[in-house]
Structure formats: structure tokens, C-alpha cells
Design a protein around this ligand. Structure first.
Ligand SMILES: O=P(O)(O)OC[C@@H](O)[C@@H](O)c1c[nH]c2ccccc12
Length: 262
């Protein structure tokens, strides 16, 4: 079983528990009372590079990254540093996240918030919207056949901006067929956990010209952000380097200014 298969098995078990605790009707009621979702596109399309800053406690490849007792406070630092959006990992077993983290971050920041999780069912999109997300991650690798189209359509219906994540040329072709407006290339291969930022360099030319292009993973410092930007990234998603930074607010400032330099 690949790493991804193992993660998805745990996701489905945890999902079953949540579904019995919180019926879909309850989520739908919350969604109908929810304020409109925020549009991330203006921030993503701003001149220079934009940063999505991630709240990430741990990962399958590195284990514990940071003790984040107050995700809202961290997200506030990210927003103060100029992050165009905040990514909140909500997968519990491997990443130590939760929907409570999402709700806490939503209550704190006024920039768009991404639910970063292994979303494989409609219920999880209703959860994302009910707990305040403005974007939801759709990983092409875990959405075979018509499921990608189904969830992409539902996300749009709910007012969520889908971030369609790819890692291969074939997956980019599927995202393009979808008409995806926001397409990420994850430098990390989720079946092996290997990270190679050059994957973005190689595949970026295949991204739909009109799409917002997002480079994900493997950033260790400002020079990596500048390189992703030079390779065509409009947006760079950073987790580990920020949760481990002593001063995430100024780290984000460096990422943005360094990439902006000619
Ligand atoms: O910590 P990094 O190397 O900066 O990576 C952040 C982010 O790209 C990564 O957490 C991620 C990208 N796509 C995902 C899908 C599921 C879980 C996690 C991810």
C-alpha cells in the first residue's frame, strides 16, 4: 500500500465517525447561514509573487514539525506578513490538523482560508464551507474518473474556490479539461513523499495559460520562492519553513520581496 493509500484509509475511517456525529443536514444548515466565501483570485493575481502560508503541525515524511498551540495566532502572523491566503491542514492522523483549527483560523483572519485535506467526498466540501473555508483542495491523484468533475462542480456551487492539485502531466491535462482556474503543482510525490522542486519547473509550461499557477512544497528559504516565481509560479504555498520560523511574519515579507527583485 502506498503512503497515499494509507492516508486515505485513515481519512475514510475518521470521515465515517464525523458523518455519524454531524449529519449532512446540519452542515447544510450551517452553510445556508454562512457569510459569502472570500474570493482569493485578486490576491493570487496581484503583481509579484503571492504566498499561501500553511498551518502544519506534522507530516508523514518528517513527523512533528512544530507545536502549534494557537493556530489562530499563527495565522494572524501570516496575514500580518502579507500572506494572500492561509492554508489549514485539517487531516488529523498524519498532519495533526482538525476542523477546529479551520474554524479558529477563520474567526481570526480576514484573508481567504484554504481547507487542506484529502477531500474525496461531497460531505467534506460541505464541512469545508460550514467551518469557514473559502478554498478547498482537490488532489487529482486521489480523485479517479468522474469524481474530480463531481467535486469540482460542487465546490463551485458552494462558493468555494477549488485548488486543483497535480503532480504529473496527465494530472495537469485532467485539471485543464475541468477548466480549473487555480492549479497547483505539488513538488512532493505523495506516493513516495520525495520532494523535487524541479517538478514545478518541468511541468509549469503545461499549465493552462489562464490559470493561477501555484507551486507547492519544498521551500526552505526566500531563494526557493524566487526560483518558483522565476519558473512561472503566481503563488507559492509554504508550510514547514514557516511553522519552523522564529518570525513567520518577516519570513513571508522576505519571500515576497526577494521574489520581487529583478
Ligand atoms: O511543508 P512544505 O514542504 O512547505 O509543503 C507545504 C504543502 O505544500 C504540503 O503540506 C502539501 C501540499 N499538498 C498537500 C496535500 C495534502 C497534505 C499536504 C500537502
Amino acid at each position: 500500500m502506498s503512503v497515499l493509500d494509507g492516508i486515505l484509509a485513515g481519512v475514510r475511517e475518521d470521515l465515517a465517525q464525523r458523518q455519524s456525529a454531524v449529519p449532512l443536514a446540519e452542515l447544510k444548515a450551517r452553510v445556508s447561514d454562512a457569510p459569502p466565501a472570500l474570493d482569493p483570485l485578486p490576491g493570487f493575481r496581484a503583481p509579484g509573487v503571492s504566498i499561501i502560508a500553511e498551518v502544519k503541525r506534522k507530516s508523514p515524511s518528517k513527523g512533528e514539525l512544530a507545536t502549534i498551540a494557537d493556530p489562530a495566532a499563527l495565522a494572524a502572523e501570516y496575514a500580518a506578513g502579507g500572506a494572500a491566503a492561509i492554508s489549514v491542514l485539517t487531516e488529523q492522523r498524519r498532519f495533526g490538523g482538525s476542523l477546529d483549527d479551520l474554524a479558529a483560523v477563520r474567526a481570526e483572519v480576514s484573508v481567504p482560508v484554504l481547507r487542506k485535506d484529502f477531500i474525496v467526498t461531497p460531505y467534506q466540501l460541505w464541512e469545508a464551507r460550514a467551518w469557514g473555508a473559502d478554498l478547498a483542495l482537490l488532489m487529482v491523484v486521489s480523485l479517479p474518473g468522474g469524481l474530480l468533475e463531481e467535486l469540482h462542480g460542487l465546490a463551485l456551487e458552494l462558493g468555494l474556490t477549488p485548488l486543483v492539485e497535480t503532480h504529473t502531466e496527465e494530472e495537469i491535462a485532467r485539471a485543464a479539461d475541468l477548466g480549473a482556474e487555480v492549479v497547483g503543482i505539488n513538488a512532493r510525490d505523495l506516493t513516495t513523499l520525495e520532494v523535487d522542486r524541479a517538478v514545478f519547473q518541468k511541468l509549469a509550461p503545461h499549465l493552462p495559460e489562464a490559470a493561477v499557477k501555484i507551486a507547492e512544497s519544498g521551500v526552505t528559504g526566500p531563494e526557493d520562492v524566487a526560483e518558483y516565481h522565476a519558473w512561472g509560479a503566481d503563488v507559492v504555498l509554504v508550510g514547514e519553513a514557516l511553522v519552523r520560523s522564529g518570525d513567520p511574519r518577516s519570513s513571508i515579507g522576505e519571500f515576497i520581496s526577494q521574489a520581487g527583485r529583478p
